[in-house]
Design a binder for this molecule. Structure first.
Ligand SMILES: *Cc1c(COP(=O)(O)O)cnc(C)c1O
Length: 409
């Protein structure tokens, strides 16, 4: 038997069936055309999460949504009324953002390998470019000149530290992301002198941290680095994007981040800024922390079989929608996500079973040797923490399976 990840707060049962925003998942499926697999996103949980962040963070801190975590149109439209800005990472995401009606002046665009067409579209729309290199800066300035439009430019700094304990390190040492800190002052001067609309720095040191002290430490280092680089450059800093890094519990033993601690420390830091940052507007950009726990992936059992004494619950879903839950998206050791038999949500666990997907590869596992209530063909399985990097970060074309449906409650 292997433990399952912790089910996030905010879910309950009705008539023994998992309910999301008070509606039984079997009813949600029926109302969505009866098809599984289905991603369900709870607007109540999304609102609660934003409210918790607003409560914990100092009022002057901007809250941005990194939309690569979940670019579902209805979710973007909901977030537009809740957050202060959006971060995109491709021209494709820019298109999705514009179709969802987001204000381009509130969008920033990070990511290596931006093509000229993407730079051009962003500059025309007034999107802020977080420059990843000197080469990209030169291309953006040339495109701006050709268009007769001053580009809005910030520099993404490759910090000389990383976020301790983070699931994915995005800074420290040689990286494809950002400009090495020691070369930033010269580039900042060049961008300002070229007549661009200077936006400041973007410093993103890592992702998926559950340790508040590590986040606090990184934010202190980030602010100190921003001050040092702005001083050296001799330019002001209108904006400073502190990155993100707030993690959510996915795996057995993971504990939720102490958000109050992060917020208190940040309030202290912003109340005692060095002179060069007195006029700077700070923001954070969050993906999974905003949307991850608000999403549930529902899939139906199509076969129950025994092999060498082990029970396999074979579902109509799998890693083509839930690459991360299958353990194949940036994890070294496979551990179980929070998974439950949604149609017997309150029943006592009585057997060990593995929940697998319908792809013919041994990688396609949603829960390995979990302890579950007895489940049969037709029962619904819920994979939690499915709101981020699920639908959009899984290989839905693999084996001709196609995308899952998505619904925002
Ligand atoms: C992916 C990404 C984020 C969001 O990361 P999460 O771990 O989902 O919070 C934020 N900023 C940048 C630059 C990113 O690439």
């Amino acid at each position: 038997m292997k433990p399952l990840g912790p089910i996030p707060a905010g879910f309950c049962a009705r008539d023994g069936v998992l309910a999301i925003d008070g509606v039984k998942v079997t009813d949600i499926i029926a109302q969505s055309g009866g098809q599984t697999p289905l991603f369900v996103y709870s607007s109540a949980l999304l609102r609660q999460r934003v409210a918790a962040l607003r409560e914990a963070f100092p009022a002057q801190l901007g809250l941005h949504y990194a939309m690569k975590a979940n670019p579902f149109g209805p979710l973007l439209r909901l977030m537009a009324g809740l957050v202060d800005g959006f971060d995109i990472a491709s021209g494709g995401e820019l298109g999705m953002a514009l179709r969802a009606g987001l204000d381009p002046s509130l969008i920033s665009f990070a990511g290596p390998g931006k093509r000229d067409m993407e730079l051009q579209a962003a500059i025309m729309q007034g999107v802020t470019l977080n420059l990843e290199s000197e080469g990209e800066a030169a291309r953006a300035l040339a495109i701006g000149e050709r268009l007769g439009k001053a580009p809005r430019l910030a520099i993404r700094v490759n910090p000389d530290f990383d976020l301790k304990g983070s699931g994915m390190k995005m800074g420290g040492g040689a990286k494809p992301f950002g400009v090495d800190a020691e070369r930033v002052p010269a580039l900042a001067r060049q961008v300002v002198e070229a007549g661009a609309e200077w936006r400041g720095f973007h410093i993103y040191a890592g992702s998926q941290a559950l340790d508040a002290e590590a986040v606090v430490d990184t934010q202190a280092q980030t602010i100190a680095l921003a001050a040092r680089l702005a001083d050296e450059a001799g330019v002001g800093l209108p904006h400073c994007n502190l990155g993100g890094g707030l993690g959510i519990p996915y795996f057995p033993g993971d504990k939720p981040l102490d958000l109050a601690r992060v917020g208190e420390a940040l309030a202290q830091q912003l109340a005692h800024l060095p002179d060069v940052l007195q006029e700077t507007h700070f923001c954070m950009e969050l993906g999974r922390y905003l949307v991850g726990e608000a999403g549930v992936y529902l899939t139906r059992i199509v076969d129950r079989k025994l092999s060498h004494g082990e029970v396999f619950l074979v579902t109509d879903g799998g890693m083509h929608h839930q690459l991360a839950a299958s353990g194949n998206f940036g994890t070294v050791v496979r551990r179980n996500y929070p998974v439950a038999i949604a149609s017997h949500f309150e029943a006592e666990a009585t057997e060990e079973a593995s929940v697998v997907g319908c792809l013919c590869t041994p990688l396609d596992k949603l829960a390995d040797k979990g302890y579950f209530p007895r489940a049969d063909v037709g029962d619904v399985v819920a994979v939690f923490c499915a709101g981020a990097y699920g639908a959009s970060a899984s290989p839905s074309a693999f084996l001709g399976q196609g995308a899952a449906q998505e619904v925002l409650l």
